[in-house]
Design a protein around this ligand. Structure first.
Ligand code: FAD
Ligand code: SF4
Length: 467
């Protein structure tokens, strides 16, 4: 048997000097041979810890075993039992904090964990190249409405269709996919991949109605009257703002607006798409999560000369994935650590020309367990900027919530649902994903969708027994 390699099989990438000028995907995927090489590193553990640490409990050794044998169809059969969106998860899931973190190979200190996400992507991409077959799922078990077409809604809808339900997704935007479509940039998650995985869910018999804002276009009362149950998966898409002087200046964006213009409205493909964003020379991005990385790297690709991330803590506390940070450094993004903006400064025409910042120091831990950033007196300094993008988190979008008064919310304004069942205070109304947990991850949103699908099934079947 070949000696097991200590390190993961590397995935080819576009070189930084080239990719920082284009929106094509950075990571280029494994060839079958590279995948087999990596799959051969898996120990095929009994009671595999990687499975326990996957929110949708994919049989990871099961699908990896088939890759090693070169049987992609069989590997795909295993994967599809657990996930409707493997090509997406293989690209954007934080595997290093989930399955790969507990991989027994990686725990031996000498070895890196198996590259589970990259292998998932290999199988999923293979599957997307096969002809799409419409599945004739029956639709006789009942009617379910899903509000929101992000990963949570799509997962619930796909699972419910497989269980025999007539499922309609209502989506406010003109394109389905939620953050996968309007938030995560093309260079990390190509929209063609998102579209194909959505098509595979439609092929299960799911109907998607776009441009329907529930709470405006139709009401929850109408939905409750027409359907046996519904799943609220409307995400946490309302941006938080710093609220500092100058926020309304021309050139100050929320990351939601900036990324939506680029991803959904294809601003990077002007003039093919007639929705440009203003061109910038000096861009600052405020925040330290994946969203901040996405905004900074997008600004670079749109041609900004200088892009800097302003983060109020130090590099050790940066919440972004290590891989995203590393990519951003390679692409020439600068960092102002322990820094906080306190004012946007205008030119004579109401346009942003600079950001006034203060230096910070880390004090005692706060309620999140991280050391609290505190401003240092008289430490102001100016960063020149014609564009500032705030990426400091999102909250619940109120459009549906404000028109559905019976629905119980928690103290943070998210839906107060039982996370083990998806049940809300209203019988037949389930909820999950970011609108329950607050901004989280794709795989957690999918996990909530899976739970909701089984619970909705039990709820509807129980209702029928008691009619
Ligand atoms: P969403 O994806 O937000 O979808 C909700 C959908 O509901 C939207 O399409 C919205 O238009 C629709 N909607 C809202 N209100 C209504 C209404 N009234 N009527 C009809 N439709 C409505 N997670 C990762 O795991 N890895 C990453 O790399 C990563 N990167 C990210 C980058 C960015 C820029 C952002 C913003 C998030 C990122 N996340 C990442 C987080 C992840 O995308 C979210 O946790 C996930 O998308 C939540 O899924 P969801 O289905 O709950 O909601
Ligand atoms: Fe393979 Fe690692 Fe899972 Fe063990 S823990 S089965 S080595 S991926």
């Amino acid at each position: 048997m070949a000696k097991r390699s200590y390190t993961k099989t590397p995935m080819r990438e576009q070189a930084p000097e080239i990719r920082k000028h284009n929106f094509s995907e950075v990571a280029l995927g494994y060839s079958l041979e590279e995948g087999q090489l990596e799959a051969a590193r898996c120990l095929q553990c009994k009671n595999a810890p990687c499975i326990q640490n996957c929110p949708v409990m994919i049989d990871i050794p099961g699908f990896i075993k088939y890759i090693e044998a070169g049987d992609m169809q069989a590997a795909h059969e295993v994967l599809r039992k657990y996930t409707n969106l493997p090509a997406i998860c293989g690209r954007v899931c934080p595997q290093e904090k989930q399955c790969e973190m507990t991989c027994r190979l990686g725990r031996s200190k000498k070895f890196e964990p198996v590259a589970i996400g990259k292998l998932e992507r290999l199988v999923a991409d293979w599957a997307l190249q096969q002809p799409l077959e419409a599945v004739n799922n029956p639709k006789d078990k009942g009617k379910v409405a899903v509000i929101g077409s992000g990963p949570s809604g799509l997962t619930a809808a796909g699972d419910l269709a497989k269980l025999g339900y007539d499922v309609t997704i209502f989506e406010a935007l003109h394109a389905a996919g939620g953050v996968l479509t309007y938030g995560i940039p093309e260079f990390r998650l190509p929209k063609e991949i998102v579209q194909k995985e959505i098509e595979s869910i439609i092929a299960q018999g799911v109907t998607i109605e776009t441009n329907v804002v529930v709470g405006k276009t139709i009401t929850m009362a109408e939905i409750q009257a027409d359907f046996d149950a519904c799943y609220l998966a409307v995400g946490a898409g309302a941006p938080n703002f710093m609220g500092i002087p100058g926020t309304s200046l021309n050139g100050v964006y929320s990351s939601s607006e900036y990324l939506t213009r680029i991803n959904l409205m294809k601003a990077y493909d002007f003039p093919n798409y007639d929705t440009p964003v203003q061109s910038s020379k000096n861009v600052v991005v405020i925040g330290g999560g994946n969203v901040a990385m996405d905004a900074a790297r997008s600004a670079k690709r749109l041609g900004a000369e200088n892009v800097a991330v302003i983060y109020r803590r130090s590099k050790e506390e940066l919440p972004a994935r290590e891989e995203e940070y590393h990519h951003s450094i390679e692409e020439g993004i600068h960092y102002h650590w322990l820094t906080n903006p306190i004012e946007y400064i205008s030119d004579s025409r109401g346009k942003l020309k600079a950001v006034k910042c203060v230096k910070m120091t880390l004090g005692e831990p706060d309620e999140s367990g991280r050391r609290r950033p505190e401003a240092i007196c008289d430490s102001d300094f100016i960063v020149e900027a014609d564009t500032a993008i705030e990426a400091i988190g999102q909250g619940s979008n109120r459009i549906l919530l404000d028109t559905f008064e019976q629905l119980q919310l928690n103290q943070w304004g998210y839906i107060d649902a039982n996370t083990s069942t998806g049940e809300t205070n209203i019988p037949g109304v389930f909820a999950g994903g970011d609108i329950v947990t607050g901004a989280a991850t794709v795989i957690l949103a999918m996990g909530a969708g899976k739970i909701a699908a089984t619970q909705i099934d039990s709820y509807i079947q129980n209702q029928k027994l008691h009619v």
